[in-house]
Design a protein around this ligand. Structure first.
Ligand code: AMP
Length: 144
């Protein structure tokens, strides 16, 4: 899918918001939801998604949705850093297939980093065990 086109209301993140697909949640309010990435690029990899916007990417997003996600990503990044004692943390997002985007619903990645651990591939590799993700989610949520 390119940068332009219609929003698909049946994309996987829309289904997670509606409770039609499972997710290991870390934080939720009426405008944002944060949950564990099932193909983590590093331990504690989180996704922060908008519940209020039908933008597919940052270019289409309403200012309020960008503000929601920026503030929530900052809060989750602080909590993940405190909980996991990482050396750094990447906050990023992808727009369009050419940029690596695979789910076309507005979201940010929050990825803890360690100096001696290489980053795994994006949206690929082994699906993480849900019990492992739940343990990480509990630790991060406790640090919010
Ligand atoms: P992007 O490629 O930037 O659109 O990011 C989408 C992310 O969603 C990737 O990092 C995937 O690993 C992740 N992902 C895909 N399906 C799921 C799912 N059901 N639950 C959690 N994360 C997912």
């Amino acid at each position: 899918m390119s940068l332009t086109g219609p929003y698909d209301p049946d994309n996987i993140f829309a289904k997670i918001i509606r409770g039609e697909m499972p997710a290991v949640k870390v934080y939720e309010d009426d405008r944002v939801l944060a949950f564990m990435d099932v193909f983590p690029q590093a331990e504690g990899h989180l996704l922060v998604i908008s519940k209020a916007s039908q933008a597919r990417n940052l270019l289409e997003a309403e200012p309020e949705a960008v503000e929601d996600l920026a503030l929530a990503s900052q809060r989750l990044a602080r909590a993940a850093t405190k909980a996991l004692q990482c050396d750094g943390i990447t906050v990023t997002q992808f727009n369009g297939t050419a940029a690596g985007q695979t789910v076309f619903h507005l979201h940010f990645h929050v990825i803890p980093r360690w100096a001696d651990r290489p980053l795994a591939g994006h949206a690929s590799g082994k699906m993480e065990d849900s019990a492992v993700l739940q343990g990480l989610a509990d630790r991060i949520a406790a640090a919010l």
